[in-house]
Write a protein that binds this ligand. Structure first.
Ligand SMILES: CC(C)(COP(=O)(O)OP(=O)(O)OC[C@H]1O[C@@H](n2cnc3c(N)ncnc32)[C@H](O)[C@@H]1OP(=O)(O)O)[C@@H](O)C(=O)NCCC(=O)NCCS
Length: 282
């Protein structure tokens, strides 16, 4: 069998990435791929077999915590060790001083590949989908533009996720297609939510809030922003009120991801984590 070659992914590989994710039925846009490359240009790869592009894997380093995402193998080349080779390459790159934990959201197809490489399940993330009922938010929600709300958003986000995702949030805030919503209690930011387009559905998330009233208002505002378009939202199963919101909004469970980790547990606060940003990065 020819050797698998792994090389850096560049922006001109995005059409290949789009073809791969389309055939897997995923929701990412070209803008998502561009953001992945911008976030970690030295940590995103294409696998080649006999000169053909056959797979991808992306990593993102947030201080001591890394995420692995976009593990995709072209259908005709599955079961030949391509994802395993990409993962081993990613782990060699990430297993270094200063990275305490590597996390990912596994589909049922990926789970056994990761388990063999030492990943263990730490929880479940449920993807809800549908057209959400339109409900007027109980508390006023404002649109945060450009870098205005960034310091407050980054602080809320880090307190909830236990991860310094400032660079990711900075990139998202700067994207014209990403809408950032915020809510204030006594002048202080008590929550934020992002809404962005996908190729199959509008993606709501991340959504982080200090209290239930802020969270529900943000999610209702995000759903209103989707204005009747098909919507996806990824909710940690440990946040029951968030799941209840999705069910009340008329969304149904599409599938479940297994959140897996290798290394130290991350101290996150699921009560404040109402929606993930997508399986790309938790
Ligand atoms: C999940 C996915 C990336 C796996 O890709 P892959 O290249 O087929 O993965 P591998 O070949 O390394 O491993 C797949 C299986 O083939 C087996 N395998 C690996 N090398 C092999 C070889 N040379 N001969 C025979 N079998 C082999 C592995 O043991 C594994 O078996 P398992 O499923 O029973 O655990 C691929 O199915 C995919 O793209 N799915 C859609 C997107 C997705 O779900 N991605 C995962 C996101 S978390």
């Amino acid at each position: 069998m020819p050797a698998i070659r792994i090389r850096a992914m560049r922006t001109d590989d995005i059409p290949f990435g789009m073809r791969l994710k389309e055939s897997a039925g995923w929701n990412q846009t070209e803008a998502d791929w561009r953001r992945f490359i911008a976030l970690q240009p030295d940590g995103i790869w294409v696998a080649e077999l006999a000169g053909r592009d056959v797979g991808t894997t992306a990593t993102f380093i947030f201080d001591t915590i890394a995420w692995i995402a976009m593990v995709l193998t072209a259908q005709a080349f599955r079961g030949q060790g391509i994802a395993t080779a990409l993962m081993e390459h990613a782990l060699r790159w990430l297993d270094r001083d200063g990275i305490d934990t590597i996390r990912l959201d596994a589909t049922p197809l990926g789970r056994s590949v990761y388990a063999r490489l030492g990943f263990v399940a730490e929880g479940e993330v449920v993807r809800y989908e549908g057209t959400s009922r339109q409900v007027t938010p109980a508390t006023p929600v404002t649109r945060l533009t450009g870098p205005d709300g960034l310091p407050g958003i980054a602080q809320l986000d880090q307190e909830a996720t236990g991860t310094n995702r400032r660079r990711l949030l900075e990139l998202m805030c700067a994207e014209a297609e990403v809408t950032t919503l915020g809510i204030r209690v006594d002048g202080e930011l008590s929550g934020y939510a992002m809404v962005r387009p996908g190729t199959r559905a509008v993606q709501i998330g991340p959504c982080i809030a200090l209290d239930e009233l802020s969270a529900i208002s943000l999610l209702n505002a995000a759903a209103a922003h989707a204005s009747g378009a098909p919507t996806f939202i990824d909710i940690p199963l440990g946040n029951r009120p968030a799941c209840r919101w999705a069910e009340t909004a008329g969304l149904s469970v599409q599938r479940t991801f297994t959140r897996m980790k290798r290394g130290k547990p991350v101290r996150e606060n699921l009560e404040r984590l109402w929606a993930g940003s997508g399986p790309e990065k938790g």
